[in-house]
Design a protein around this ligand. Structure first.
Ligand SMILES: C[S@@+](CC[C@H](N)C(=O)[O-])C[C@H]1O[C@@H](n2cnc3c(N)ncnc32)[C@H](O)[C@@H]1O
Length: 288
């Protein structure tokens, strides 16, 4: 396990992932009944953007750095509001060079009656995660394999909630491991909302993943993909995608508003572009 998220925190992929997570949490809170967040690959919770790791790559400058400096039309500002409020609340508390990971966003955007499970396999990061969140009695921190934990944690007793699966894709077969683990969890808890992150690096790999999902017999799968640059032959990250299973009903319209703005803001060369489409269900749209 070589991957450490502190090198990449706040980059363009984090920004899209966290904006979508924040929209989903906002919609979940629209109902009074409690819900649970299950974050299978949680990282350490929040990050120091001026720390050694983040400074080494500087990736956040082309992600959250651009977002925080941007002018936004009111419609975008309204949709980004909960995400930006969480970023600013963390910065007010921990310093203006910090950035929230998915656990911190979940912690801030949940209520007294909601619960969270944060899973992290890397022993050092799991320890840091526990240090950062043990104070909150609503959160359970597990040092475990995220896929094993997922199997054991669904369905949650609340029967409402969200699963975020955000692996580092260090393993060659991560795409198929993820689809299998997700599909098994879905069979146990078909009404949960699931967010699956994927990297855009290799066209064939992404296509195979999307076809596998489309053929999994799951009725409602939305995808949002943002490409910021041309795909490189060396396999670097050229784009980022999120799969949203059982999305809140307004999410696809919201993403249709947000994605062109994010595309214009985060593009790095003329290979940029975006899609919001149904992989399964609603109006199946695309030839991916
Ligand atoms: C992309 S980062 C997570 C970022 C986090 N979700 C966020 O948005 O702030 C992926 C994390 O998964 C951890 N990891 C890798 N393999 C894992 C596994 N099998 N189970 C759980 N965590 C794992 C890595 O140590 C890393 O911290």
């Amino acid at each position: 396990m070589n991957y450490r998220h502190s090198y990449h925190a706040g980059n363009f992929a984090d920004v899209l992932k966290h904006i979508i997570l924040a929209r989903c949490l906002t919609h979940l809170k629209a109902k009074d009944t409690p819900f649970r967040v299950i974050d299978t690959h949680a990282g350490i919770g929040f990050y120091d953007l001026k720390g050694e790791a983040a400074s080494k790559t500087g990736e956040w400058h082309d992600g959250i750095g651009r977002v925080l400096k941007a002018d936004m039309p009111p419609s975008v500002r309204e949709l980004l509001g909960p995400f930006l409020d969480a970023v600013k609340a963390l910065q007010a508390f921990k310093g203006r060079d910090t950035y929230p990971g998915s656990p911190e966003l979940s912690r801030q955007m949940t209520r007294a009656e909601d619960r969270m499970i944060f899973v992290e396999k890397h022993p050092q990061d799991a320890r840091k995660l526990a240090e950062n969140f043990n104070f909150d009695g609503r959160a359970k921190i597990l040092e475990l394999d995220g896929y094993t934990a997922l199997k054991a944690c669904v369905p949650p007793k609340e029967r409402r909630g969200i699963v975020l699966i955000d692996p580092p894709y260090e393993e060659r077969d991560e795409f198929s491991t993820m689809v299998q683990a997700f599909a098994a969890a879905y069979r146990k808890w078909p009404t949960g909302m699931y967010l699956l992150w994927y990297p855009v690096k290799n066209f064939e790999e992404t296509k195979r993943f999307l076809v596998d999902l489309a053929e999994a017999g799951i009725p409602k799968i939305l995808r949002a993909e943002l490409r910021v640059k041309r795909m490189s032959s060396t396999g670097g990250l050229s784009g980022t995608g999120m799969i949203i299973v059982n999305p809140p009903w307004r999410l696809s319209d919201e993403l249709e508003k947000l994605m062109p703005w994010l595309d214009a803001l985060l593009k790095q060369d003329d290979g940029h572009g975006w899609n919001v489409d149904w992989i399964a269900g609603e109006t199946i749209s695309k030839g991916f």
